[in-house]
Write a protein that binds this ligand. Sequence first.
Ligand code: GLA
Length: 750
Amino acid sequence: MIRRFDGAQSAFHLQTAGTSYLFRVLPTGHLEQLYYGKRIDPESMEELSSLTEKRSFEPGGVIRYDTSTPPLVLEDICLELSSGGKGDIREPFLELVHADGSRTSDFLFEKAEISETKSPFETLPGSCAEDGRAERLTIILRDREYGLTLELSYCVWADCDCITRSARLVNDSGERVEVERLLSLQLDLPDSGYGVTCFHGAWVREMDRDTVSLPAGKFAMESRAGASSSRMNPFFLLHDPRATEDNGTAMGFNLIYSGNHYEAVEVNAYGKTRVVTGMNPQGFRWLLGPGESLEAPEAVMCWSDRGFGGVSRNMHRFVREHIVRGEWKRRPRPVLLNSWEASYFDFTEDTLLSLAGAGKELGVELFVMDDGWFGERSDDTRSLGDWDVNLRKLPGGLKGLSDKLRELGLDFGLWVEPEMVNVNSRLYEAHPDWAMAIPGKPHAEGRKQRVLDLANPAVQDFLIGKMTEVFSSADIRYVKWDFNRIFSDVYSPSLPPERQGETAHRYMLGFYRVMETLTARFPHILFEGCASGGNRFDLGILCYFPQIWASDNTDALSRARIQEGYSFGYPPSVISAHVSASPNHQTLRITPEDTRFHVAAFGLLGYELDLRGLSEEEKRAMSEEIRLYKAWREVFQFGDFCRGRSGNLHEWTCVTPDKSRAAGMLLQELTKPNTQFERYFAKGLEPGARYRFYSGDPGGLYEREDTVASGESLLSAGVKLAPGFGGTGRDGTIRLFLDFSSRLYLMEKI
Ligand code: GLA
């Protein structure tokens, strides 16, 4: 609900099912943030006075905005937006260089509009509702000195306790303005001492979680990689330092954008905390001519007093309901077999078909041909950009292969990496100026490939045309769209020198235009995002790609940590995960097959290994796994994911929204000798309902568990499991829980 209060000035109340967000207009026209937290129900303007900050004097050493009394000191007030230059010396929301060279701006309230629909952004992806309805508040502010308009838009997603916010700057002056920063969200809190939990990493090590406490100063998170990047995910948490998985107050923030991003948490001299998120101002400079406008991406925030788990469940719902869209939004995702770790670049139609046949026997539904099918692509040094099938490998072309797969009863999927080019390619030879490069200057290298200049509309048109041709050339049901290097030598040959600061953002806008067009043209294709694994795992990607390849690391133990990291901000329905060979190709670690299955099952299950050499026993185990996964797919893919214990044990539960079925995993990193006793605690079940709890051990290899307990009991008391091996007396009843072992448990409401 959005409520407007009017008195001498106006105030606004954005209310979700469990939270309230309030701000008011000050007599000067600045916006004062009043409250963000647990839902409250103020009835009148008078009632808001308890939320407003009182002051009677001006402290020494500060700037007073004007001569009014009581004095307004912008540096020490919670603001919805700080324009910078008028005394607020914290992180500004925007930074503009005006035609006269000044960097001071002052945006003041003009009017507000409340509507029940949300129109799409002109240039960017954003949150949406299936029926098009969304409560929206737009605040129009004006810089009266320079003749600029700033629109702040808020959307209330009451069902998931999320509020989104975005901004649009309109230059309705007669002069050009340089935009050096236009962020998406600013949240000022009246206190400090918060913990900030961020998710950082690198290739095959995505989503490591760390917490810093911030009594003073500033903590910044960012990507300058061109992509949102595995180095620092745009999702982060701000919380009571004592908050836990289930208790305490926590806020989650994310950005619907796939390029360079910036997040900062700053504690000012007076103990107030400012949070900002948005496009990274570093390297950004946008020239906004008279009559032009610039949109900032939409950011999302949510608040919960149920700890990190509360934030995660809200964010999961937000992603499932208001980010992922299209035909695949709610459709069960197929169990796939990907050729990459099975054969890398080395395949022919025959070898692919024999691999696919082995997959079909086990129950796989979709076969994905990864890198290596086009041009002269026999390694990663050549042919990116030449999207014509290699007829020596695939004599019948894509159609020939897809027809044969169809005969086998399998759907066909394809790998592409359209945004890149190898110098050793026909595309580069024909259009060297289509790659991002500083003309006449040496270029840094990354995976022996260059980034195409998607800021250039001709390059966008080429990609749309070429991919349309490829996707229509056979019965293609799935596309894995890769992006395998970060930006360097950022320069668009299609833009004049003074506009080079626009390149990285224009690239993203070009990419979104390409995806907007292709997803509209091929609505039946399931698009999976990938960027050397999780180098572009963000909400912008998820607006076009219902799922993302979470990491090139397929080692079960690493994946348990990586997927657990993602789970703080993203639901399992967007996390693609594969069972691969042991020893694992990225870590050389040996892990049991069922552990590899369990971890991948708490996501979108696929296989990525050579299935042709499997023993009969292995084949039986895998086909049983796939059968079980299909029977429980709605739980694993679209259930509510809850984290339990985390550390040496990883304890997960996934529950259907109606709480009738649940699946649980208990994974152990390293064995502790002589510890027989262990419990499994389930979360998210209906407290008063009774459940049958039993082992999800399709191969019948392990000790059996089969009992009945209430949802409440499963949560609070847990199930006391069969005794672990204690060093002596091994027999069939004990739980062999070795290093990297795991168990799957199933729960059904009686
Ligand atoms: C990236 C992807 C892999 C694979 C290779 C192919 O690394 O993340 O899954 O597709 O490219 O070159």
